[in-house]
Design a binder for this molecule. Structure first.
Ligand code: KIV
Ligand code: ZN
Length: 525
């Protein structure tokens, strides 16, 4: 895909939440969650969705194929290492799309060349052969020299020229280890555009990691130098410090269009909903002070700020909350609010509920309103997440929990867990109520999964606030994140733990006990 030469201010948004984002340890999503996120990205106006790495596992292949079949507008892209098997597998998955793309890559820096033990000439030959093969299958081929920003400039020009001659239509320049600096990011793109024959026939893309906190700046600098595709993820999700955040680059180009005179096809009013959904399904909460989508991004605490905002919002706000889909907030609902009010509020928050779903949510809303005087928007969002994650068809379900706490421990937990529909009860002790309750789960459902992360967040202020809990478990290389919300932190913790166990069991069943992801894109073929 090339941009129309008459439309030089259009920047393509390439979202890799489902590939680079999802491959970060612990961010694993289920098949259905991937389909849902892909649909939301497609509806939001993302130009290219990198849907996964088809050779990595049967699950990745199935998700990429299904996303390809369902996508309405976006180009659907799959990742492939520089070998014919990977590329064939990738094509088999993306070929179902109205607009498929193969993305193939190889590490070109001295450190990366040493891994497959190829010299410069051998690597050049590999690039020629693999890009040619991909282009024979698909007329939309993206090629990436991994670790481009640490590749010798002359060699980078040479391999980019080879890839273009072999038929690549997009050349992506990854800053794989988040090492580059904005002026350097720009000068690499400028150099390639000036020195490489055929550079004016393809689109240059920028793919930045955030290890030094410069991913957004580096991506925008590359655009100023002529890149016309930004690779990014929702919430900046991704391994280590993550990738360029979609919401940051899109809003930067919109708010500072005076100095960044570029356009994207993104409907920015959908940003907040996607951000919440990705945080929920990945189990990676958004930091409170995160640019654009953080909980505090539009809050004005100090007296001076509040006064200024009340007189004129522009005093302290450079964008309007509604630009990213944040609706007028915090008109609390209570136990007298009816079904119609709940439906309207949910619609405002971006959830279009069918009749059955509304009934379920209404029952849970009433139960919450009984325990909590005022139910705020964030409570409803947490309740929706909990409804979507913990369902009646789960293998394990928390039926009843009672904990006894005191200053002179150990603490005790009485737990009833439904296992495949049959109730089982046990008493356990532990070092604190959470430990006691988790021990009870382990006794009723013995497993060897290791607890990697346990995180609690208060949804709103006040002692009656709901807690959302994330639990990450690891078992034989498989990682699953569970989540739950409740006004009782111990109940939310046990439900989140059980949710993670359900996810591990589902993945084990799907892969027949084998490792779910056989290869990583970091394995060199
Ligand atoms: O960071 C990176 O280099 C990548 C490539 C596979 C494009 O994600
Ligand atoms: Zn990457």
């Amino acid at each position: 895909m090339t941009t129309d030469p008459r439309d030089q201010d259009r920047v393509l948004i390439f979202d890799t939440t489902l590939r680079d984002g999802e491959q970060s340890p612990g961010a694993t999503m289920t098949h259905d969650e991937k389909l849902e996120i892909a649909q939301l990205l497609d509806e939001m106006g993302v130009d290219i969705i990198e849907a996964g790495f088809p050779i990595a596992s049967e699950g990745d292949f199935a998700a990429v194929s299904e996303i390809a079949r369902r996508a309405q507008n976006a180009v659907i892209c799959g990742l492939a290492r520089a070998n014919l098997n990977d590329i064939d597998r990738c094509w088999d998955a993306v070929r179902h799309a109205r607009r498929p793309r193969i993305h193939t890559f190889i590490g070109t820096s001295p450190l990366h060349r040493a891994i497959p033990n190829l010299d410069m000439d051998q690597m050049a030959e590999r690039i020629h052969a693999t890009v040619t093969h991909a282009r024979n299958l698909c007329d939309n081929v993206q090629w990436s020299p991994m670790d481009a920003t640490r590749t010798e400039p002359d060699y980078l020009c040479r391999v980019v020229e080879i890839a273009i001659r072999a038929g690549a239509t997009t050349i992506n320049i990854p800053d794989t280890v988040g090492y580059t600096y904005p002026s350097e990011s720009a000068s690499i793109i400028r150099m390639l555009r000036e020195r490489v024959p055929g550079a004016d026939t393809i689109v240059f893309a920028t793919h930045c990691h955030n290890d030094l906190g410069m991913a957004t700046a580096n991506a925008l600098a590359a655009v100023e130098a002529g890149a016309r595709q930004i690779e990014c993820t929702i919430n900046g999700l991704g391994e280590r410090a993550g990738n360029t955040a979609l919401e940051e680059v899109v809003m930067a180009m919109r708010v500072r269009n005076d100095i960044l005179p570029f356009r994207t096809g993104i409907d920015t009013t959908r940003i907040m909903n996607l951000s919440r959904r990705v945080a929920q399904v990945s189990g990676f909460p958004v930091q409170f002070n995160k640019a654009i989508v953080g909980k505090n991004a539009f809050l004005h605490e100090s007296g001076i700020h509040q006064d200024g905002v009340l007189k004129n919002v522009a005093t302290f706000e450079i964008m309007r909350p509604e630009d990213i889909g944040l609706v007028a907030k915090n008109i609390a609902m209570g136990k007298h609010s009816g079904r119609a009010a709940l439906r309207a509020k949910m619609r405002e928050l971006g959830f279009d509920l069918g009749e059955n779903q509304l009934n379920d949510v209404f029952v849970r809303f009433k139960a919450l309103a009984d325990r909590k005087k005022e139910v705020y928007d964030d409570d409803l969002i947490a309740l929706m997440a909990d409804t979507a994650t913990n369902t009646d068809s789960d293998l394990l379900q928390v039926r009843r929990l009672r904990v006894v706490c005191g200053t002179d421990g150990p603490q005790e937990a009485e737990l009833t867990l439904a296992i495949e529909g049959r109730d089982h009860s046990i008493d356990a002790t532990g070092d604190g109520p959470i430990d006691a309750a988790f021990n009870a789960v382990r006794m009723l459902w013995p497993h060897k999964a290791r607890l990697q992360l346990y995180q609690v967040h208060a949804v709103t202020e006040g002692t009656d606030a709901q807690a959302t809990v994330s639990v990450r478990l690891e078992e034989d290389g498989r990682i699953a994140t569970g989540q739950a919300a409740d006004t009782d932190t111990v109940v939310a913790s046990v439900k989140a733990y059980v949710n993670a166990l359900n996810r591990l069991a589902a993945r084990r069943a799907k892969t027949g006990g084998g490792d779910a992801r056989e290869v990583s894109y970091r394995d060199i073929a």
